[in-house]
Design a protein around this ligand. Sequence first.
Ligand code: FES
Ligand SMILES: [Fe+2]
Length: 369
Amino acid sequence: MLDPPLAPFLIDPEISKAETPPAAFYSDARWFRQIRDSVFGRGWHCIGLSRGLEAPRAVRPVTLLPGVLDEELVLVRGDDGTLRLLSNVCTHRGMLVVEEAGTCDALRCRYHGRRFSLDGCFRSMPKFESVEGFPTERDDLRSLPVVERNGMVFGSLDPDVEFDAWFAPVTERLAGIDLGTLTGHPERHHDYEFEANWMLYLDNYLEGFHIPFIHPELAAAIPMTEYQTELLPSGTLQIAGAHEDDATAFAPVGDHPEAGRAIAAWYFWLFPATLINVYPWGISLNMVEPLAPTRTRVRFRSLVGHPHLLGSGAAADLHQIELEDEAAVIATQRGLLGSIYQRGRYSPPEEFGVHHFHRLLLERCAIVG
Ligand code: FES
Ligand SMILES: [Fe+2]
């Protein structure tokens, strides 16, 4: 028997009238696939850190969203310093071309010896002299959009928004802020996996409403009366002020939007699933990766610029905060899997970031007209 069609639903643009998405949105495999293709297939994603890719001819294979998109790609630093993102799938019969990070003069598929230059152009292939109409540009490794910023590398299969427009709010807010030389610290990297839909994790991230309830230590570390959320065209920015006696806080000056205030953290969410949390010590980058309708991986990567400031302020114990968030999100998923709860309502002063997320999501996957 065929599944019934996906029921479209509306998120009212007026938050005071709006209902949250139906419970099935967070567990139905068909919604999951539609969002994977329409949203993750078109979005920008962080695909790694620059560290280790600095040298000319450096190569590093990457899988874009393992378990979801499973796109096999390779980052290649050219002799001229240009970083490229190429398909890592040999155009002969589909073997992976680069299997390990390292350096190389040319890309050579070890299956039957096809060679490509570092920009992905087909170079040679044994035993193909008699093949007609060969080679064509289809025999090159396809090149994809890639951009490096603040020690992070971003790529996309088919971006539906210009990178600079997507990332501009981060660039603008960090102008004039001394973050030191941001460097990946692998000993601080951590991958989390839990049983809940990725959108529940985002819903939770996008409001500070739960902080006093779920994170008592964080609520004591920042003045909650000053907590702010700003909507961005492709994301949100949450701003946590600092207590007056917090000597480690940012103190922006000049024409910075927070000039004259003490700031503990800027929390950026960039659609669909990139979180860039900026603390006085550096950046905690969180990549939210859907694995299945009710399973999510979040990869934490630390880019440290001022190591002596680690362990202070709003980022004193990110692991503890993460576990508190995950527990709430997992319990919410359990609540949504039953038949009784259908839809909820939003708090206008507290949950407009969540509402913005839901509206963007539906707009990008054209669920509602
Ligand atoms: S699959 Fe690469 S040379 Fe044959
Ligand atoms: Fe939280």
